[in-house]
Ligand binder design. Structure first.
Ligand SMILES: [Zn+2]
Length: 468
């Protein structure tokens, strides 16, 4: 009896202190305004309206950033409630940093953010409010200033081993900005560590539901591979933290010592969350997921949500647009002397690799849903055998389920395209060279793929659609 009373007292105290903890956490990111929703909504509306007024005089690039930032606010409101009053300007600053490259652009940032909030953060009580905020803010800035060329390229660029005459002005300015800030100033810490990713290269996805399959196109990178480092992620992370500091400067100024300490902790969490997008961390994450008993702990949950949201595009309605975007950047990297395999020579290779890649994404999403308790009960099993039946049988409707259903559809489509183009691969060549930008290459890959796979009747697969 005594034990029960003590236990009850302890539980109540623990509960109360967790509430208090949450309140003081909320203070750090000034979501105290949540308690006064009207005020915050008014501020956001004012921000939107004044942003709207400015539109007439601004350049089209600035216009886009504003409307993307408005979208970020709208998505937050629809999923998490009243956003912090500075979200719009924080988002604008993030979006302004994205470059016009095929994949790592602001469309990708908004897509990852939308997926994160709708699938992982909307209905979960598993992720604490502070972590939710870190995840949302991270998503917006997580590829800031990405030159469309990856860490392997940046390794060589930092060592002056790239012929800069091959780069276009966008790539050159992006790579130079990262070089100036990061190359000579190594930073330590974060999920993947800085400048060093630690994944083995075996390429086996150790996750259900396809644990027995290997995913040659889904390997991550290895400790000894020249393609591995966190140069770019360190850059993105520093921007996320810097803009958050800037936007909350006033709050920072009047902070007590205790709050200052908590704010520093939040800034570190923000950086760490961005670093979790390092693909070099992928295999280690999969191993942790595979050995997980039950739900993931707080830090692992955050890393899983971030990584899974980052690679969600295989589950998008316009999956060809996303696939072509990634492949165009890889091709571009090859043509400008970065490390990596030669680009896919024909549509058959594209389809085969995308089939494999999508299976890897499926395994990761499946395990992520399980670990984070997203749509518990939905298993997605046996889908490869009969995707349509599973889609029809699932009565539960949510973004999380829809994403999985689209992924199953896309896997089957890639599989069929790979089969259909197998014997006539040379009829569907994809030629590329160093003269085209990644954006131009993307268009070539999209058109070739839609045609060769017999998807011309579904142009939306290759259109830039806004999912959120
Ligand atoms: Zn990304």
């Amino acid at each position: 009896m005594m034990f029960a009373v003590l236990l009850l007292a302890f539980t109540c105290n623990a509960f109360r202190s967790s509430i208090l903890q949450q309140e003081s956490d909320a203070d750090i990111i000034e979501v105290a305004v949540r308690a006064n929703g009207k005020k915050a909504s008014q501020k956001n509306r004012q921000a939107s309206t004044s942003a709207g007024r400015k539109r007439n005089n601004s350049t089209s690039a600035a216009k886009e950033q504003t409307s993307d930032a408005d979208a970020a606010v709208r998505i937050w409101e629809a999923t998490l409630g009243t956003p912090p009053p500075w979200l719009n300007t924080y988002a604008q600053k993030c979006f302004a940093g994205y470059l016009d490259v095929a994949y790592h652009n602001k469309e990708h940032a908004l897509d990852v953010y939308g997926f994160m909030l709708n699938v992982f953060l909307k209905d979960t009580r598993k992720v604490a409010w502070l972590a939710k905020t870190a995840l949302a803010l991270s998503a917006l800035c997580h590829d800031y200033g990405h030159p469309g060329l990856n860490n392997g390229f940046m390794n060589k660029f930092c060592d002056d081993q790239i012929d800069t005459a091959l780069l276009n002005p966008v790539e050159l300015s992006g790579a130079n900005a990262i070089k100036a800030e990061i190359c000579s100033k190594p930073q330590v810490g974060g999920s993947a560590g800085s400048f060093m990713a630690y994944t083995p290269t075996s390429g086996l996805a150790v996750l259900p539901p396809d644990a027995n399959l290997s995913f040659p196109a889904f390997q991550g990178c290895g400790k000894t591979s020249e393609g591995c480092s966190s140069i770019e992620e360190t850059f993105h992370a520093s921007k996320a933290a810097a803009y958050w500091e800037l936007e909350t400067f006033e709050i920072n100024r009047r902070s007590s010592l205790v709050r200052m300490r908590k704010r520093r902790k939040f800034a570190a969490m923000l950086k760490d969350t961005v670093l979790a997008t390092d693909f070099g961390y992928d295999f280690a994450l999969r191993e942790q997921l595979a050995s997980l008993k039950g739900r993931a702990g707080a830090e692992l949950s955050r890393h899983i949500a971030m990584h899974a949201a980052d690679i969600n595009a295989a589950s998008a309605p316009n999956f060809v647009w996303w696939s072509a975007s990634v492949l165009a950047e890889f091709a571009r990297q090859y043509h400008v002397g970065g490390p990596g395999p030669p680009p896919a020579a024909n549509v058959h290779e594209v389809a085969k690799n995308q089939f494999s890649w999508s299976l890897g994404v499926r395994a990761l999403l499946y395990a992520s849903y399980q670990a984070l308790g997203v749509n518990a009960g939905y298993t997605g099993k046996d889908v490869l055998k009969d995707g349509a039946a599973v889609v029809a049988a699932d009565s539960e409707s949510s973004v999380a389920v829809e994403a999985f259903q689209l992924l199953e559809r896309n896997i089957l489509l890639w599989r069929d395209c790979a089969a259909a183009t197998k014997d006539s691969a040379d009829k569907h060549p994809i030629e590329s060279n160093s003269k085209s930008s990644s954006v131009q290459l993307r268009e070539v890959i999209i058109q070739k793929t839609l045609q060769a796979c017999g998807w011309a009747g579904h142009p939306e697969y290759g259109l830039q659609l806004s999912r959120w």
